[in-house]
Design a protein around this ligand. Structure first.
Ligand SMILES: Cc1ncc(COP(=O)(O)O)c(C=O)c1O
Length: 451
């Protein structure tokens, strides 16, 4: 057994026991595939600020931050303050109230493309509705998505998530999903424009994140080209801002990169730590979902909402988060930008000093690390990363070695929050330096063994 694996199992006997129990009652022992990793995931019992604690009492600096949702850290005081008292009258009324109106008003004031908003409970629900709206508005069928792009596991968008991209992602999908959901490659301007035009007459829209998988930044002009050509062809440009919304800037990626989608989807940060998903955008498109549209059955869009849509905690915490981010915009975003930049540089330098090629991608507070097979390997999108880097090494060795040093990462990185202190960032870099040294020693041992 590798040394780091042995150390992980020795430090986490409580997690091993819980995993064995979970395996008896939950498929794979988890309720979200990304929460599993071999040999078994860490079970935590407490989270606060930048930290989490596992059931064995080990403390970690968390870099996943509630699937990137916690921009102010776990349980941020300005957001959770007063929440229990406010929701003591009931967390779920299921009837309209002022909290949701006020939150929607703030979103329409701040998010550039938002003229109207519909709230749901998850990002998956939001992207499902965005796609349906695009098809209904255009009367066309084809949606283009980025290869590797994750928009939740809804049926329409469960296409080309992982390599091999052309094999169906799941059993149980109706035939024809891939016929109407086609793909483009992130940062491939020429290929994307060609695909857009090839589907022109039946193009309902494009759904895309502004930052690629593994947080690869968009190439100059890529997003603008996708927006321009989609609109030119009469399609709906959907910007999925579930990760980037209120994270890359107060106005999300649309504020940062100066694009104006027809529709956008948001959740995560904007939920203030509670569950939220929303679609927002152009009035004329959103109105298709209105019960007052007067459209005959089959012409309007069924956007049911859901039993738990607009739950009080989500509306109150979400609005408090948006207000807080607006008030401290000038402090929060420049700080996260600067800290993210320094961390990426620090990680790359740590590996370089040990003779290991590592690339740390990211934008703002988001980052991932990967291990390219050569310094020249072009890494423009997920296909390049999956072909040209050692993913297994990142997800197993890098992850477990960092866990052993008290740092919890996802995909070789994660998201910084305002709760991460200078000391936390130094500890992360120190842990990466130690990890780089160990990885370089382990490599030398393997080479020596093979001589
Ligand atoms: C870009 C993007 N869209 C949609 C989703 C789905 O959101 P949820 O997990 O809230 O259903 C995610 C979740 O990770 C996401 O990252």
């Amino acid at each position: 057994m590798e040394d780091y694996l042995k150390e992980y199992t020795e430090r986490t006997p409580g997690s091993a026991k819980l995993y064995a129990r979970a395996m008896q009652v939950m498929p794979g022992g988890v309720s979200h595939n990304m929460r599993y990793f071999p040999p078994y995931p860490l079970y935590i019992k407490k989270a606060s600020g930048s930290r989490i604690w596992d059931v064995d009492g080990n403390e970690y600096i968390d870099l996943w931050m509630g699937h990137y949702a916690h921009i102010l850290g776990h349980q941020p005081e300005p957001i959770v303050r007063g929440l229990p008292e406010k929701t003591a009258q009931g967390a779920h009324w299921g009837i309209v109230n002022e909290y949701q109106v006020a939150f929607a008003e703030d979103i329409c004031r701040i998010v550039p493309c938002a003229e109207k908003v519909r709230f749901g409970v998850s990002g998956t629900e939001a992207t499902m509705y965005a796609v349906r709206l695009a098809r209904a508005f255009t009367g066309r069928n084809v949606i283009l998505k980025v290869r590797g792009g994750w928009h939740g596991p809804g049926t329409d968008l469960s296409v080309a998530l992982h390599a091999p991209m052309d094999v169906a992602e799941s059993a149980g999908l109706p035939p024809g999903v891939a016929e109407y959901t086609k793909t483009i490659s992130f940062n491939d301007i020429e290929g994307t424009i060609a695909t857009l035009h090839r589907n022109g007459p039946d193009l309902a829209g494009v759904i895309i994140e502004a930052v690629g998988q593994y947080f690869i930044p968009p190439a100059d002009g890529f997003l603008q080209a996708v927006q321009e050509e989609t609109k030119k062809l009469g399609g709906v440009f959907i910007l999925d801002e579930i990760i980037t919304g209120c994270r890359l800037s107060l106005r999300g990626a649309q504020g940062r990169y100066g694009v104006k989608p027809d529709l956008t989807t948001m959740g995560k940060v904007l939920g203030g730590g509670m569950n939220l998903g929303l679609v927002a955008g152009r009035k004329d498109i959103m109105e298709l979902a209105s019960p007052t549209s007067g459209l005959p059955k089959g012409r309007g869009v069924l956007m049911g909402g859901g039993t738990f849509s607009c739950m009080l905690p989500s509306m109150i915490a979400g609005r408090a988060m948006l207000k807080h981010l607006e008030k401290y915009e000038g402090e929060i975003y420049p700080a996260l930008e600067d800290q993210g930049q320094q961390l990426r540089k620090g990680i790359e330098n740590a590996f370089r000093s040990q003779g290991i090629a590592a690339k740390c991608f990211g934008v703002g507070s988001l980052f991932t690390t990967c291990f390219p097979s050569s310094a020249e390997a072009p890494l423009r999108n997920i296909e390049d990363v999956e072909l040209g880097t050692d993913i297994a090494r990142r997800d197993k060795e890098f992850r477990l070695r960092l866990l052993n040093k008290g740092v919890y990462t996802i995909y070789g990185g994660g998201a910084l929050s305002m709760a991460h202190t200078e000391e936390d960032r130094q500890r992360i870099i120190k842990a990466v330096k130690e990890t780089a040294t160990e990885m370089s020693m382990a490599k030398t041992q393997v080479v020596n063994k093979n001589i």
